[in-house]
Design a protein around this ligand. Sequence first.
Ligand code: IPE
Ligand code: IPE
Ligand code: MG
Length: 255
Amino acid sequence: MSATPDRSITAPEAARTADGLPGHVAFIMDGNGRWAQARGLPRTEGHRHGLEALRRTVRHAVRLGLGYMTIYSFSSENWRRPETEVSFLMGLLRRFLQRDLSEIHNANVRIRVIGQREDLDSSILKLLTDAEALTRENSGMTLVVAFNYGARDEITRAIRRLAQEVASGELSPEAISEDALNASLDTAGIPDPDLIIRTSGERRLSNFLMWQAAYSELYFSPVLWPDFDREAFDAALDDYCGRDRRFGGLTAKAL
Ligand code: IPE
Ligand code: IPE
Ligand code: MG
C-alpha cells in the first residue's frame, strides 16, 4: 500500500505527565460485595467502605498531579441488582456529592459526568449537574464520574445523534469520522485513558470505555476496592511506567 488512506485518523496520544505518570487513570472500582461477604457483613457495608477508598484515591491522584481520573461508579447493567442495593448505591452517590463536593472544589478539581442521564431520578440528576456547574472553571484535575454508564449505550447514543444530523442534512455521511464520533461521545474533549485499573482480580472491561480504551494499558489488581490504598495505586503506576506503548507503531529503540 503506497498512499495514505484518505480518512481522518485520531492519533491516540499518551497524555503523560513530565515524570512518565499517566495523564488519565480510569478505575473499575470492583470487589465491594466480596469485601463485605468475607467479613460476614451485608454487601452495602462494602460499598460504604468503598466510598472511603474513593476519597483516598482522589486525594492521592490530586497529590500526584494527574490530569484526569475516571471512576466507574454505577453501570447501565447495575440496575439488575436487588432494589435495596441499587437504592443504597444511589444514596451513596448523593452523599458523596453533598459531603465531598466542597473539598473537591477547594482542591481545584473539575467534575464531569458521563452516562445516560434521561432515566435518572431528578434529584440525583440535579446534584450531578450542579456539581459540574460549580466546578466548571476549575483548572486542576478533572474527575470523570461514570454513572449509569455503559459503553455500548454511549456509542449507540452518539451514533443516533450523528444519524439525526445526517437525516436533517446538517452532516454528510462522509463527514462521519473518528473525530466526529469522539466529539459525540459523553467523553468529548477528555483524552483517552492511559491506564485502566480494575480491582478485585476480575479481568474484563464490563462495558467500560470500550471505544476510548483502544490503546489503554490495563492493570488488574487483586486488591478488593475497599482495601485499595496509596500503596496499591503506586504499584499500578510503577507497573505502567515500565510499559512500552507503541500504538501500532514501533518503539524509538526499534527505529
Ligand atoms: C463494585 O463492587 C461496586 C459497584 C459495582 C457499584 P461490587 O458490588 O461489584 O462487588 P463484587 O464484585 O460483588 O464483590
Ligand atoms: C463493573 O463492575 C461496574 C462498576 C464497577 C461500577 P461489576 O461488578 O458490575 O461487573 P461484572 O458484573 O462483574 O462484570
Ligand atoms: Mg463486581
